[in-house]
Design a protein around this ligand. Structure first.
Ligand SMILES: [Zn+2]
Length: 146
């Protein structure tokens, strides 16, 4: 189980090795993704709260990266965070996600990206539920539930 100290350690000293890597040019990404997926995954946009596909969805399943199909989250770790975005307590595997300090918008946050394709997913915060205390706040457009 990952905790906040693990997140900070990854962001500061280096992320876990991904199981594989997917790399494309921006033109290839633009052709492969919907406009909404491209804006989030490749241009780091944030979709509007509550008006996104998986915000209020709690059906069982697994969430894959919309960019490369890698398994990112299990619906069993999804919870209602009242944030307006899908929220998870843990990634599907420690190597599924990479972490980067993000100082934009006058905030100190930790950005989370798919560890396989580098697509922007959202951010992780240390205000999640016990026992791990993590809240992965994720854009629906970066995910596909299967
Ligand atoms: Zn990916």
């Amino acid at each position: 189980m990952l905790r906040w100290i693990d997140v900070l350690t990854f962001a500061k000293y280096g992320n876990p090795e991904p199981p594989r890597r997917v790399e494309k040019t921006e033109a290839e990404w633009a052709a492969a993704l919907t406009p909404a997926q491209y804006q989030v995954l490749r241009q780091h946009h944030t979709e509007p709260p509550y008006r996104n596909a998986y915000c209020r969805s709690y059906e069982p399943g697994r969430y894959q990266c919309a960019g490369c199909g890698s398994l990112l989250f299990d619906a069993a770790t999804k919870y209602h965070a009242i944030s307006g975005w899908p929220s998870f307590t843990q990634p599907a595997a420690p190597s599924a996600i990479r972490y980067h300090f993000d100082d934009t918008h006058h905030m100190q946050r930790v950005e989370v990206r798919c560890n396989v394709c580098g697509g922007h997913l959202g951010h992780v915060f240390p205000d999640g539920p016990a026992p791990a205390g993590l809240r992965y706040c994720i854009n629906s457009a970066s995910l596909v539930r299967v």
